[in-house]
Design a protein around this ligand. Structure first.
Ligand code: DAH
Length: 348
């Protein structure tokens, strides 16, 4: 009997060696040896032949063999499962360092566009001062782009911005980010302050300082007792953060139907230092930041009580900001698609 047990053990290890190691194979092996109809069960059936004193010893041997086979097979099954999972993971692998690996292989030379970079910086400055960031659609309606901003139909101010109209003459590509003010007032109750960055579209000829598609960031603060000093404080903080130095500014009166009083905040041209160049149109100053105190009609139109609240607003040109910062003298470089130009910003 004991010999037979030893034989089964040997047979098992031999069979294990030749088995191909799949889960199904191993389970069959397990059944062949320690299953209900397996080799070990056969021995137990023939126990009658053994003498009484041998029964205990044989029983112990059989149980030990059973546990051994079970342990060996189970660990092989686990190995097979792990191998299977590893193979699956290898196939489904996602390279989270894709950009770097593509760059290593010379396949991708990506970087952020300088307008994106400056937009994020401006957003950071404003969020650090408690402003929310809002978004708005590129395709606007007449109401949000004009009417709610105190520019009714037939108002001459509509001619200030050459508009891409859709054929229904109700919809248009937004000419400025100011409709984000209107949408912000629709969803917020005062006090609030937010900025809204994005693309804007003008149907006009291009030159060194004009593009048909460019970028603005709109800003608005509405609270009790807001003054021009608040406006100047926020604008000065922004510009000194962005340019990393004190920038010379001047305020001129400016007309925009949605503010009263309205201003043009100019900065001394950082490219020519004020001497005159194509960017500043030989003026030495660059119009950078139109702004003003929100016109009561605009607040009223969006249901804000003008007895209690007032505010300021501004619309900053992001492309012009990039040009000033990096000394770029023609706005058309920015979106002209020339990779030699754009690659210079890869490292930022
Ligand atoms: N939306 C104006 C434009 O694109 C810029 C502007 C002027 C925005 C004054 C404002 C503002 O918020 O107060 O020409």
């Amino acid at each position: 009997m004991l010999k037979k047990i030893e034989q089964i053990k040997n047979d098992f290890y031999k069979a294990l060696e030749t088995a191909c190691g799949t889960q199904a194979d191993l389970s069959k092996l397990k059944a062949d040896f320690i299953g209900k109809k397996g080799a070990v069960a056969d021995i137990l059936k023939n126990m009658k032949e053994a003498s009484a004193e041998n029964i205990r010893e044989i029983g112990q041997h059989v149980n030990r063999l059973k546990s051994e086979i079970e342990a060996v097979i189970d660990s092989k099954i686990r190995e097979a499962e792990t191998a299977l999972i590893n193979e699956k993971l290898k196939k489904e692998r996602i390279d989270i360092s894709l950009r770097d690996s593509l760059t290593d292989r010379g396949l991708c030379d990506a970087g952020y566009h300088p307008v994106t970079l400056i937009q994020r910086e401006v957003e950071d400055v404003f969020t650090s001062m408690g402003f929310e960031i809002l978004d708005g659609p590129h395709i606007e309606d007449d109401y949000h782009n004009f009417v709610a901003l105190n520019i009714p139909e037939h108002h001459p101010a509509r001619d200030m911005q050459d508009t891409f109209w859709f054929s229904d003459l109700q919809h248009l590509l937004r000419t400025h980010t100011s409709p984000i003010q209107v949408r912000g007032m629709e969803t917020h109750r005062p006090p609030f302050k937010f900025v809204g960055p994005g693309k804007v579209f003008r149907n006009e000829a291009t030159d060194a300082s004009h593009e048909m598609v460019f970028h603005q960031i709109e800003g608005m603060m509405v609270d009790r007792n807001v003054t021009v000093s608040h406006l100047i404080y926020f604008m000065k903080t922004l510009l000194s953060e962005i340019f990393g130095r004190t920038v010379e500014v001047r305020l001129r009166p400016g007309f925009f139907p949605f503010v009263e009083p309205g201003f043009e905040l100019d900065i001394k041209c950082l490219i020519c230092g004020g001497k005159g160049c194509p960017v500043c149109k030989q003026q030495g100053w660059v119009e950078l930041l139109p702004c003003g105190m929100v016109h009561p009609n605009v607040l009223k139109c969006s249901g804000i009580d003008t007895e209690k609240y007032n505010g300021f607003a501004f619309g900053l040109g992001l492309d012009r900001l990039v040009m000033m910062r990096y000394g770029i003298d023609d706005i058309r470089h920015l979106h002209g698609g020339d990779l030699r130009f754009i690659r210079q910003f890869k490292a930022y």
